[in-house]
Design a protein around this ligand. Structure first.
Ligand SMILES: Cc1cc2nc3c(=O)[nH]c(=O)nc-3n(C[C@H](O)[C@H](O)[C@H](O)COP(=O)(O)OP(=O)(O)OC[C@H]3O[C@@H](n4cnc5c(N)ncnc54)[C@H](O)[C@@H]3O)c2cc1C
Length: 336
């Protein structure tokens, strides 16, 4: 276990916020978890788990412990002619893992290419893109209870997955450290190409296979989303809100252009980006924080912004959406 004190996490969050944590502890093995739990001076400290920092906003220094898992490995646990069960360590880079699965010809997560972050964080908010959610490929998760040290294997069902959510983002947030995630990946791919611009982008390729689909997704994302290395951001700042049918009908009557997706007979998901764009926020800059000029859902650190400047902007957007549409947007990003 490697312990650093008064450590800046500027290089470990995609908003590039220069915040310090009292302790920064790297967890390299299961033994490190036990050592950590049994260290008396850490017992009453507040604690957060930090993967790659691509879904987190630091609004101030943190006077507790940041645990940073550094457990790596990828192995095939089981294989038959239809599928493979693959076990991946929490600290594996998500997109490198997707690339590895594509190179093995294992299908399932190719549409989740190019999402920045680690394997261990992927179940936390049930990452999703282009018609795929990671929950549909996860069979189980190994995680340590950070109070008792008990190792628990969560079945898919026990993770309470839903849209951008799971038990690890709610009840067990910062309570369980995920060490390994198990994926069921398929040998006969069912390509999901009916979302966004995928079909158009695929016209550039001779053949539809896992590699061309992955590349198409990467190209589309590169053309739309700012790279945090160039423009610090954490992807979508807000979740797409879900409204009931009567609310949806009222909104549709007043705003016929509203972008929505029918979830079922009673519920509709609205594109938060459309609501924000409608109110003229796209490209707006307040102080050192701003809204990306191509994607209204993405807040950016324009010029060494503090976390407070970014959260203030987020609250202003939230208020204006509420005032106009009566919708209370939820943050997708974790706020510290
Ligand atoms: C440019 C950009 C594009 C994005 N696009 C998408 C997208 O298309 N779809 C999507 O769903 N997300 C997207 N995101 C959000 C982000 O990529 C994901 O949420 C990703 O899973 C974050 O991984 P991370 O390792 O950086 O997690 P962090 O930001 O480090 O952590 C996120 C949360 O997970 C918890 N956590 C992390 N690791 C563990 C662990 N081992 N055990 C327990 N808890 C843990 C943290 O405590 C925190 O609450 C995007 C972000 C960016 C910057």
């Amino acid at each position: 276990m490697e312990i650093r004190t008064n450590y800046s996490v500027k290089n470990l969050n995609s908003f590039s916020i220069d915040a310090e944590t009292k302790y920064f502890i790297e967890i390299n093995s299961e033994k490190d978890i036990y050592d950590f739990i049994n260290t008396e001076k850490f017992k009453n400290e507040e604690l957060i788990i930090l993967g790659g920092g691509n879904n987190i906003l630091f609004t101030k220094n943190f006077s507790g412990i940041i645990l940073h898992p550094n457990i790596k490995s990828i192995s095939i646990e089981f294989e038959n002619s239809d599928y493979a069960i693959v076990k991946a360590g929490a600290a594996e880079d998500w997109d490198s893992f997707v690339e590895w699965t594509v190179n093995q010809n294992f299908a399932g997560i190719e549409n989740l290419s190019s999402i920045p972050g680690t394997v261990g964080a992927s179940p936390v908010q049930n990452i999703g893109a282009y018609g795929v959610e990671v929950k549909d490929l996860i069979t189980k998760i190994d995680a340590f209870n950070l109070e008792t040290g008990e190792l628990k294997t969560f079945s898919n069902n026990e993770c309470n997955f839903s849209y951008r959510n799971s038990i690890f983002k709610e009840k067990f947030k910062n309570k369980y450290l995920i060490t390994y995630v198990y994926f069921k990946l398929y040998k006969n791919p069912e390509f999901k190409i009916h979302y966004g611009d995928i079909k158009n982008e695929l016209l550039k390729y001779k053949e539809l296979n896992l590699k061309s689909l992955r590349q198409a997704i990467i190209n589309i994302r590169d053309s739309k989303l700012p790279k945090p290395e160039k423009i610090p951001n954490a992807g979508s700042f807000f979740k797409n809100p879900i409204v009931n049918k009567s609310k949806f009908k009222k909104l549709k009557a007043e705003f016929p252009e509203i972008v929505s997706y029918k979830i079922d007979e009673y519920n509709f998901k609205l594109a938060a980006g459309w609501l924000i764009d409608f109110l003229g926020w796209k490209g707006k800059v307040i102080g050192n924080a701003g809204v990306h000029d191509k994607q209204a859902l993405v807040l950016i650190n324009k010029n060494n912004a503090s976390g407070l400047e970014i959260i203030d902007l987020a609250h202003e957007i939230k208020k204006s959406v509420f005032d106009k549409f009566g919708i209370d947007l939820e943050f997708e990003v974790n706020i510290v």
